[in-house]
Structures are given as C-alpha cells and as structure tokens.
Design a protein around this ligand. Sequence first.
Ligand code: IMP
Length: 424
Amino acid sequence: MIDLLLGLQWGDEGKGKIVDVLTNKYDIIARFQGGPNAGHTLEFEGNKHVLHTIPSGIFHDAAINLVGNGVVIDPVIFKKELEKLEPYNLDLRNKLLISRKAHLILPTHRLLDQASEAAKGSAKIGSTLKGIGPTYMDKTGRNGIRIGDIEAPDWKEKYRSLTDKHLQMIENYRVEVQFDLKTLENEFFEAIETLKQLQFIDSEHYLEKQQRQSKKILAEGAQGSLLDIDFGTYPFVTSSNTTAAGACTGLGIAPNRIKNVIGIFKAYTTRVGSGPFPTELFDQDGETLGRVGNEFGATTGRPRRCGWLDLVALKYAITVNGVTELNMMKADVLSGFKTIKVCTHYKYKGELIDHLPFDVDEKYVEPVYEELKGWNADLTGMRDVNELPTELHDYVTYLEKALEVPITIVSVGPDRTQTLFRNS
Ligand code: IMP
C-alpha cells in the first residue's frame, strides 16, 4: 500500500513535519522528485533539523528512507546532511537507500543555474541556484550521469566530457560567473566517496518486493503543486513533476497501488522566488504573516512572499493530485487577525471564474475574497482539537465544505507535539 504526501501550494507547506509525525505508520519513506532545492524542517525535543535530500522519516528507527530515481542528488550537499546526522548514530547503511537511477548534480550544473538566471535579468525565476534545472535538462537531454554510473571504473571520462560541455555553455551565456573549478571538483569527488558508503539499489524492484510483503510506503513530495513543471505557474516553476503522477515516475510505482493522497496546505499562502501570486499582500497583514510565521526560505534564507489562502489554486491542486485528505498547517499564525480573508474566485479579464486560468498573471487576475471572523488565542499550547477557538473550527468547516475534502490534521506550531488530529 502506498500513500502520497504532497504540498498543494508553492512549497514550504510543512511536509517535512507531517512526514516525521506520520512515519510511525509506515515502513518506508521515499522521496520521488526534486533535490536540495527543498528544505524540509523537523522539530522535536527542542531540536530543529532541516533536510534537503534525505527523506523526513530518517529520525525514526523503524523506517527505511529511500531516495528515488526521480530525485537529483548533489553529493556535496548530501555529505553535509549526513554529517549533521552523525550525533544521532543512525544506521545509515541500512536505513538510507539510494536509487541507482537518480541523477547527479555536478558542480557545473550549479554554475549553469547561476549563468542562466543571470542571463534572464528581470525575468529570472528566482531559482534556489542548486543546479536543479540544468540537471533535469541533462536527464531529459539524455546526457545525465546517474548514481549507478559512479560504480563503473570509467565514469570520470563521462564526467569530464559533460563538464567540458557545461563550461562551453557557461561561456556562451556571456554573463559573469566566478568559480574555482578545481576546489569545486575536489569537494565533489570527496563527497562522491562518502556517498559510496551508502547502499545503491534498483529501487523500483525493491519497492515491488516490499509491496508484496505488505509493507507500507509513504511517498514524500518536495516543493508544491503550483511549482509543478506541467501544472504549475510556468515558467516560474521547478523542473520536476511535484504532483501525484511524479510519484509514479519518480519511484516506479503503478498508479493503482496508490491509496491515500494527503495534501498539505498552510492556513494562508506563501511563495518564495518570482512568479504570479494572486493573493499576495503588500500591506501590514502580509508583513504580520511573514513575521509571525517566520517566513524565510529553509534552503536560501530568502523572505517568503505572503498572502491570504487561495481556494481557486487550492481546488486546482486537489483535483490534479486526487487529494483524499487535507492537513492544514500553521493555523497559529492566523491568531490575532480580526478578519481572515479567503479568495474564492478570480476576476479574470472582467469575468468571474473559479478555476486557474492559463495565464495566472496579475495583469488579468484579481482575487475576489470572502471574509471570515478571526480569533485571538494562543494555539501553540493546545493539544486537542476541542480546545481550538470556535472561529477556527468555523474556518476549518468552511474550508472542508468549499474544498469537499476532510481536514484531518490542524497544525498549531512547528513541533511534533503541536499536531492536532481531527476525526472527520
Ligand atoms: P529551482 O527549482 O531551485 O530552480 O527553483 C525554481 C522555483 O521554485 C523558484 O521560484 C524557487 O524559489 C522555487 N522553489 C524550489 N524549491 C522550493 C522549495 O522547496 N520550496 C519553495 N519554493 C521552492
């Protein structure tokens, strides 16, 4: 049985926290797309951990964590993540498995990302500059180097020829990118040796075998549905399929094996990087959401743009993913607002619509809001849904009705214990 856990907005919904909370129910946690552009934050026992490539089930003894074929891996960042795990004495050789078909991010992929963004000028995507786009380009261009390749003795020849090609491409961009390739390569090859200490596996076969043994698998998404390469706000998106279908191709699992699709969303909306964001706030309310919600990118530290919840976009994400249950994050951040706004429709080229149009551009799209009553209570110490203020209950019920999917978790803080389960 396979469940999916996906972000329904522009990323940073709190997927890492929920995977960590739910891991006890699963035998295997598997990442299926993206790379170290992700920053999954987990908090427990007074400690905060940010994971970039390693799945969020790593701190649970019983769970196997798998980095699937759809993921792109930067060995240098991966090594740093492994070093941060050292104090926990985890049996990583047996707990952390890597698909041979996952692609490698080379140092020059990162440089290409920089060059490409610099060349775009004001049209830049706001990439995390981790080399994600260029690595997926090499994957689909059939030039990429995969984890399984580094087991072959002559893989460095392949590396050299791809790197030479990248250097030529960087020159062609005619922008200034400063780098010291020797240092980057020393760091890279050292990290490759660290990576080799882990188990590389044919993960699609592995997962098939585990399913035959009735093991429970949770596929952990990264980024959000609105950053999906096909269904997101293109071109301001990431380079992988962040939606449910990505779990099939990114792990080699059949669609009919998927049971629950858990959709994670914040009680409001945030976005980091460029691109359309119809409900974005530029006023005091937006500033409050950012400050109270501590809205800074876990990977880049950039301030996130903030706005009210957008039901038009959320419904779209629910449909594309086939979401069966919803988890609402960061409800505590809305405490103190007299009124809470929810976008129910867009005014699009003069017409009232309730679906996401092709061009979600502020030139054409104006959000239409409904107002709900806010609450003023500190939720962070609450441990039972029945303690929540009536207005928050009303907010949740209103959303369930509008979205036609049950909300099974309301999160009231970053810690594991601040997770309230609802039996709706
Ligand atoms: P890239 O995938 O690093 O090239 O970034 C492309 C776009 O996706 C940029 O707007 C990034 O800010 C955004 N992005 C990438 N990864 C994340 C994430 O994990 N959370 C939120 N936004 C992300």
